[in-house]
Design a protein around this ligand. Structure first.
Ligand code: HSE
Length: 311
């Protein structure tokens, strides 16, 4: 049996505007890397974390990677297995790009591979949700499911868990811009109203159904007009500098739709091709620069593979 492995797991765009906690897709970049080794010792240790500016805990009960790996080991009946983890963060924390999810998924994929693939990637989702619960207080799956399974996914139900892989237009791209302001998911979840009006719910589920139909039918107009969120975006957009100006710029530059990625502050646009996505990221970055905000940008098609073994 192989004793050491290096794994990459991708970032994700959760919610996809109208589908709070139920829709998400994976992208090719950015993402995180985990190097995992089986040891002769007892229990999990985290030997190194890089790229986190000292923000993440080395304590294995508090770190989302080790905590979810521990759940997995308990499940397979090897709770005391010796495991050493190195985590290399290659993406910003608190960015709305599924940062904790990418790390957790890389760790779970690594241990499952080292154990001889006892579970499928889809079966790993509940273990990864434990990591999200630790990171932000609620075990949502709209980052971890696409990060594990690749593609565009719908979480139709949480209890019981029912995850559906959706089709999407092959050439569709995401233009993602991360304005460098900190928005912790935990805070961004607490801001949202917990009760909604029936008339608003009607609008929202119409849009979710419209977006899913648009993906099936490869109908960009339908995808675009369904990318509207009247429940969450009005509150969360306050945390994002010039959010509505950014939307206008992206839509004028040819975006199919635009919104907040996950809990923000990253924003994303869906486009019909890579050129339009590149044009949009340049324009959004320029606008943020004009208002003195640094940003990072990423352009990607929808990632179909999920996590991969690097070594
Ligand atoms: N659905 C989650 C939220 C995603 O919006 O809080 C977090 O990235």
């Amino acid at each position: 049996m192989k004793k050491s492995i290096k794994v990459f797991a991708p970032a994700t765009v959760a919610n996809v505007v109208c589908g709070y906690d139920v829709l998400g897709f994976a992208v090719n970049q950015p993402g995180d890397e985990v190097i995992m080794s089986l040891t002769d010792g007892k229990g999990i240790t985290i030997s190194k974390i890089t790229g986190d500016d000292g923000k993440l805990p080395l304590n294995p009960t508090k770190n989302t990677v080790s905590a979810s790996v521990q759940h997995y080991l308990n499940h397979i009946g090897k709770p005391d297995l010796g495991v050493e983890i190195e985590l290399h963060k290659k993406m910003p924390i608190g960015s709305g790009l599924g940062s904790s999810s990418a790390s957790t998924v890389a760790g779970l994929f690594a241990i499952n591979t080292l154990m001889g693939n006892l579970l499928t990637n889809k079966e790993l989702v509940p273990f990864a949700m434990k990591g999200e619960e630790l990171a932000c207080g609620y075990g949502h799956a709209d980052n971890v499911a696409p990060a594990l399974m690749g593609g565009f996914v719908l979480i139709r139900s949480y209890q019981p868990l029912d995850i559906i892989s959706l089709p999407f237009p092959e050439e569709m791209h995401a233009a993602i811009v991360y304005p460098e302001v900190d928005v912790p998911t935990k805070d961004a979840r607490q801001m949202i109203r917990s009760k909604v009006l029936l008339k608003d719910a009607v609008t929202q589920w119409g849009n979710v159904a419209g977006l899913v139909s648009g993906l099936f039918m490869k109908d960009y107009d339908l995808i675009g007009r369904s990318m509207t969120d009247i429940l969450v975006e009005p509150t969360r957009s306050i945390l994002i500098p010039d959010f509505y100006k950014l939307r206008t710029i992206a839509m004028k530059a040819g975006a199919v739709g635009f919104g907040i990625s996950g809990s923000g502050p990253s924003v994303f646009a869906l486009t019909k091709d890579a050129d339009t996505a590149n044009k949009i990221t340049e324009k959004l970055k320029q606008h943020l620069k004009n208002i003195s905000i640094n940003s990072l940008s990423f352009v990607s098609e929808v990632n179909k593979r999920g996590p991969i073994i690097l070594d």
